[in-house]
Design a protein around this ligand. Structure first.
Ligand SMILES: O=P(O)(O)OC[C@H]1O[C@H](OP(=O)(O)OP(=O)(O)O)[C@H](O)[C@@H]1O
Length: 180
């Protein structure tokens, strides 16, 4: 299997190259289960937040969740918000937005539980995800947070993939190339 070597500070990972379609392959970065890299990335990202005042971190199901948890702890924020990809029966008055991501060919939703929406109304929030690529997930998250009346003060990720690495409105630790 072809791989891409990701280097993040002292850590290296061999990411398998996965073909998405006739013209594009991605280096698959699956953060779930990698406690070492999650903790390292959270510590690095927390150092970029020492002067940023915010109330809540917001992440997207699913790979962003362990990162948001580690970053919440590293920045002394006891609670964070998870935007889900399914509406659950236990949610109260959920808000939703359609979302498309580079890794997902079928239509999906991002869903914010109404109780979480009430919590972040008029609050300063930071969006945190493992990877930003097409930006589809980020756009949907922003739309949902706007619906909830939250103010997005920063957008962060471990990796910016493809052209996302040229964006100046996101703060990330390393670029990740796309492959032909
Ligand atoms: O910038 P984009 O093109 O939107 O891609 C980035 C999103 O894709 C990945 O999630 P994925 O859709 O693979 O879902 P998962 O975390 O549930 O596996 C990643 O965790 C981001 O949320």
């Amino acid at each position: 299997m072809q791989t891409y070597q990701l280097t993040l500070g002292p850590l290296t990972r061999q990411l398998p190259l996965i073909r998405l379609n006739a013209t594009t392959s991605i280096a698959s970065f699956v953060l779930l289960g990698d406690a070492e890299l999650t903790d390292y990335a959270a510590r690095q990202l927390s150092q970029r937040l020492t002067t940023t005042k915010f109330d809540y971190l917001v992440t997207m199901e699913s790979k962003g969740i362990p990162l948001a948890q580690a970053l919440s702890q590293a920045t002394n924020h006891p609670r964070f918000i998870v935007l889900r990809k399914n509406r659950k029966d236990y949610m109260q008055h959920p808000l939703s937005e359609p979302v498309s991501a580079i890794t997902t060919s079928t239509p999906q939703q991002l869903v914010l539980d109404g109780t979480d929406a009430a919590l972040i109304n008029h609050k300063r929030v930071i969006i945190i995800d493992d990877v930003i690529s097409s930006g589809g997930s980020l756009t949907a998250a922003n739309a949902l947070l706007h619906q909830a009346g939250a103010q997005v003060v920063k957008q962060m990720a471990i990796l910016a993939e493809g052209t996302a690495s040229q964006r100046t409105d996101i703060d990330f630790l390393a670029p990740l190339p796309l492959f032909g």
